[in-house]
Design a protein around this ligand. Sequence first.
Ligand code: S3P
Length: 166
Amino acid sequence: MKNIVLTGFMGAGKSSVGRKLAEKLEMGVVDTDDIIEKNAGMKISQIFEKFGEPHFRELEKKAVAEASKLENHVIITGGGVVLKEENMKNLRKNGIIVYLHAKPEVLHSRIKHESHRPLLQVKEPIKKIKELLEYRAPFYANNDFMIDASELTVEEVVEEILKKLE
Ligand code: S3P
């Protein structure tokens, strides 16, 4: 079976949905953020702090290339993976791209008590979320199908994905 690649903004639910989906389909599961942290031996927040975002994006590119070689896996991607065409080309080779969308207010309510996402450690995270979402919209549009997860539970999103895959 082809890989199923989950894209979407921070807080869209990619991790919870991806793990549940993999369980249901009896597929492997991998998260590009985990690969980056494992390869670098550091947390993502430390990578941003020490080396900056451009360096993080290079490590991310390598992690995506690594994940793209897998088969029969759900690949959970970091929210910015879509920004590099090379990443999407790699993921598409053997993968179906699913975009998990959610409204800025929903994303904000999910991430507001978390501190591990350097891009959202700002004074007005909701404003930042809106700006980034607007900028990234054409990149997230690079998908085979999308699910609006704003009003859905993890189980419901998984069901929607399974229906679309039929
Ligand atoms: C990022 C999303 C994060 C992580 C990094 C950058 C982004 O992953 O890769 O903090 O640019 O949207 P999640 O989407 O899993 O939070």
